[in-house]
Design a protein around this ligand. Structure first.
Ligand code: NAP
Length: 285
């Protein structure tokens, strides 16, 4: 029977640690400010932004929410990003994705000053991560590393299989697991015999966006199973990429959905906002 990895409790701990650091900084008259830009009225994005705002309030981070109409042009959005880049009172900038189709999201991400890129999506952050330089780690993969560390799951020398190779989850995850000295395999939709590949994993990380895809046949006995998926089952209920009840008996440890990886992403965003001050050389004032 698997040990349940409690992302809710671990993320709460990270937020409490962040809140403590923010209070210490505030004692030195240093504020931490996150600017969040939302373009349009996508309901899921509105929920994500609201959650980030709440987390900021809890941690004592000032949040500046900028809500732009759906018909905002790329030029207008880029001008706003540049304005925030130049504003010394803003430590972190986040553009909620996806942006409407008239805007090139990648171009906007590239426009964010890398020292304020708290989502860790810019090519500079990703490049720094790849070659082991300091920089922002993207929030979901960084959150998974914290889940593993804080649950006492050994990574050194272990077989880790990541399924999914997106720029925001799979690829940065692979870089972080390499840093952890795991032996890393990245699988994707062209992988031949996926079951054979995932069955080798001591640590299986799934990020494909397919509800309950991974049944026990994909999982090695005793493996740690980390499920990034935020999917909907046949009844419209939130679930992961892993068939939780099927895999539960076989896995050694498992993250539930909800309550596993999900809450870690926002907690790590808060962590990155404080990290931003260090990167900007402001925390020593
Ligand atoms: P994405 O950009 O759609 O990428 C999906 C990846 O999965 C691709 O690399 C794709 O392979 C691979 N894939 C799809 N079907 C597959 C299959 N049948 N077998 C093997 N590989 C397959 O997705 P994403 O943005 O990384 O998100 C993945 C999941 O994580 C989603 O459920 C998303 O909601 C969730 N997510 C959660 C959080 C969080 O905070 N918890 C954050 C981000 C994402 P190809 O490259 O070959 O197409």
């Amino acid at each position: 029977m698997a040990k349940i990895i409690d992302g809710k409790a671990i993320s709460q701990k990270i937020k409490d640690e962040t809140r403590q650091r923010v209070m210490e900084l505030s004692g030195k008259d240093i504020r931490v400010t996150l600017a969040v830009i939302l373009v349009g009225d996508d309901p899921a994005s509105q929920v994500y932004v609201r959650n980030k705002k709440r987390a900021c309030e809890y941690c004592g981070i000032e949040s500046r929410e900028i809500h732009l109409p759906g018909e905002t042009s790329e030029e207008e959005l880029l001008a706003l990003v540049n304005e925030l880049n130049a504003d010394p009172a803003v430590n972190g900038i986040l553009v909620q994705l996806p942006v409407p189709p008239q805007i090139d999201g990648d171009k906007v991400i590239r426009a964010i000053d890398p020292s304020k890129d708290v989502d860790g999506f810019s090519p500079i952050s990703v490049g720094a991560l790849s070659i082991g330089l300091p920089g922002f780690r993207s929030c979901t993969p960084a959150g998974i590393i914290e889940l593993l560390h804080r649950s006492g799951i050994e990574t050194d020398g272990r077989e880790c299989v990541i399924v999914g190779r997106s720029n925001i989850v799979g690829k940065p995850m692979a870089m972080l697991m390499l840093r952890e000295n795991a032996t890393v395999t990245v699988a994707h939709s062209h992988t031949k015999d996926l079951q054979e590949v995932t069955s080798r994993a001591d640590i299986l990380i799934t990020a494909i966006g397919r509800a309950k895809f991974f049944t026990k046949e994909y999982v090695k006995e005793g493996a740690a199973v980390i499920d990034c998926g935020m999917d909907r089952d046949e009844n419209g209920k939130l679930c992961g990429d892993v068939d939780y009840s099927d895999v539960f008996e076989k896995a050694g440890a498992i993250t539930p959905v909800p309550g596993g990886v999900g809450p870690m992403t926002v907690a790590m965003l808060m962590h990155n906002c404080v990290e931003a001050l260090q990167i900007q050389g402001l925390d020593r004032v």
